[in-house]
Design a protein around this ligand. Structure first.
Ligand SMILES: *Cc1c(COP(=O)(O)O)cnc(C)c1O
Length: 380
C-alpha cells in the first residue's frame, strides 16, 4: 500500500451541508453559509473583515487591485513561494523584487527587506511558509517607516499565531493590512478549491466588497444600504458559490480536532527523526520563539540535491510518497530575465534540498512509525 503525500480529510458533514445549501435555493455566492464561515473567522481570529474567495490566488489578486498597484510599482516577495504570490501583482504590471529566505527558515529574511526598498516600492508580502510566522513586528515597523502596505500570504497559516514583543498572541492574517488564505485540498482546512481575503485596515472594507462582486455595489444593495446597484469600479467574480461555503463550514466545525491531530503527527515525526537528523546534518523545521506551530508541513532540509534525491528514492522504494517544494521564482523561465542579478542563496538551497513528508489527518501512528524507521535506516 502506497502512503500518499496528502489525502483530503472529510469530516462527514460536508455532503449534509451541501444538501442543505442545494435545498435552500440559494446557490450563488454571499449567502448563509458564506456569512457563517466569514463571521466564524472574524470572531475566532479577530479579523476586521473576511470575504470568501474561490482561491487564495483570487484573494491575492483582489489585494493587488485594492492596493491600486500600477505598472512599475515594486513589490517585495520571497523567491521561495508559490507562483500566485507573484502572479497576482504581475497581472497589474508590478515589478517583483525577490527577497531571499532566512538561513534558518524558508520564510523571507526580514533583515534584507530595507535594502530593497526604493521610491517605487508599495508592498511587502511575507509568506508564512509551513504556516510558521514571519517576524511581523519587524516587518510592520519597516512598512510603517516607509509608508508601505503589508499583505500576508497566509495560504498555509490557518489557526496559527505570531507572538509579538509584548508576549501577546496575534492570529496570522490579522496583522498585515490585508491577508490571503487558501482552502485548497492540500491545506489544513479545505473546500477543494477555495480561499479568503482578510481586510484588517478598515479603509479597504467597502471597496473590497465591490471588487468581490464584479465591480458592482450589489453587496450594499442586498444589505439595504442603497436602493439600486450598478457598475462602480473594476472587479471580477471572486466569490465562491454557497456549495463551496457549505463544504467549508463542515470543516470549520471540526477545526480544533483537525489541528490537534495534525500537531500529534508533526510531533511524532519530530521526536522520531531528531537524533538521526542531528547526526547526519539534516535540518528539521525550526519554529522561532515568535511563532506557534499549526502543523501545516513537516519537512527536512538535506545537505545537497544529491542527498535529497537519494532520500526521495529510498522512500519511494518503500511506497512512501515525499515531494520537494518550490523552485526559486527568480530563476523561473518566466521571470529569470526580469530579475536583477542578485543571488538568493537560501531560496536556492530550499529549492534543492527541502523534502516534505506525508502529513494528513488520516495518517496512522503505524504509518508514521514506518516512515521514521525507513528514514533512520538510510545511510547517507
Ligand atoms: C497554496 C498556496 C497558494 C495558492 O492557493 P490557492 O488557493 O491554490 O490559489 C498561494 N500561496 C501559498 C504560499 C500557498 O501555499
Amino acid at each position: 500500500m502506497i502512503i500518499p503525500f496528502n489525502k483530503p480529510y472529510l469530516t462527514g458533514k460536508e455532503t449534509h451541508y451541501i444538501y442543505e445549501a442545494v435545498n435552500s435555493n440559494k446557490l450563488s455566492g454571499n449567502g448563509i453559509f458564506t456569512e457563517k464561515c466569514q463571521s466564524f473567522f472574524e470572531k475566532k481570529y479577530g479579523f476586521y473583515k473576511c470575504l470568501l474567495t474561490t482561491s487564495c490566488t483570487d484573494a491575492l489578486e483582489m489585494a493587488a487591485i485594492l492596493l491600486d498597484i500600477q505598472p512599475g510599482d515594486e513589490v517585495i516577495i520571497p523567491s521561495y513561494t508559490f507562483v500566485s504570490t507573484a502572479n497576482a501583482f504581475v497581472l497589474r504590471g508590478a515589478k517583483i523584487v525577490f527577497i531571499d529566505s532566512r538561513k534558518d527558515h524558508p520564510g523571507l529574511d526580514e533583515d534584507k527587506i530595507e535594502e530593497l526598498i526604493t521610491e517605487r516600492t508599495k508592498v511587502i508580502i511575507p509568506v508564512h511558509y509551513a504556516g510558521t510566522a514571519c517576524d511581523m513586528d519587524k516587518i510592520m515597523e519597516i512598512a510603517d517607516r516607509h509608508n508601505l502596505f503589508v499583505v500576508e500570504d497566509a495560504a498555509q497559516a490557518i489557526d496559527n499565531f505570531y507572538i509579538n514583543k509584548n508576549g501577546d498572541k496575534q492570529a496570522l492574517g490579522s496583522i498585515g493590512h490585508l491577508a490571503a488564505f487558501s482552502f485548497h485540498e492540500t491545506k489544513n482546512i479545505i473546500s477543494g478549491e477555495g480561499g479568503m481575503l482578510v481586510i484588517n485596515d478598515p479603509q479597504f472594507g467597502k471597496r473590497a466588497e465591490i471588487i468581490w462582486e464584479k465591480g458592482t455595489n450589489r453587496s450594499a444593495f442586498f444589505k439595504g444600504e442603497i436602493d439600486k446597484y450598478g457598475w462602480v469600479d473594476i472587479g471580477s467574480s471572486f466569490l465562491p458559490s454557497e456549495i463551496i461555503a457549505a463544504f467549508l463550514w463542515a470543516q470549520l466545525e471540526n477545526l480544533d480536532d483537525i489541528q490537534t491531530q495534525r500537531k500529534k503527527h508533526w510531533d511524532h515525526y519530530f521526536v522520531g527523526i531528531q537524533n538521526w537528523a542531528n547526526s547526519n546534518n539534516i535540518v528539521l523545521p525550526s519554529i522561532p520563539d515568535f511563532s506557534t506551530n499549526n502543523a501545516h508541513l513537516f519537512y527536512l532540509v538535506c545537505e545537497n540535491l544529491q542527498q535529497r534525491d537519494q532520500l526521495i528514492d529510498a522512500l519511494k522504494k518503500e511506497n512512501i510518497t515525499v515531494v520537494f517544494h518550490y523552485l526559486s521564482l527568480h530563476k523561473s523561465p518566466y521571470y529569470k530575465n526580469k530579475h536583477d542579478s542578485r543571488e538568493l542563496i537560501y531560496s536556492d538551497r530550499y529549492s534543492d534540498c527541502l523534502i516534505r513528508m506525508p502529513l494528513f489527518y488520516e495518517l496512522t501512528e503505524q504509518q508514521i512509525e514506518k516512515i521514521i524507521s525507513v528514514i533512520v535506516n538510510i545511510s547517507l
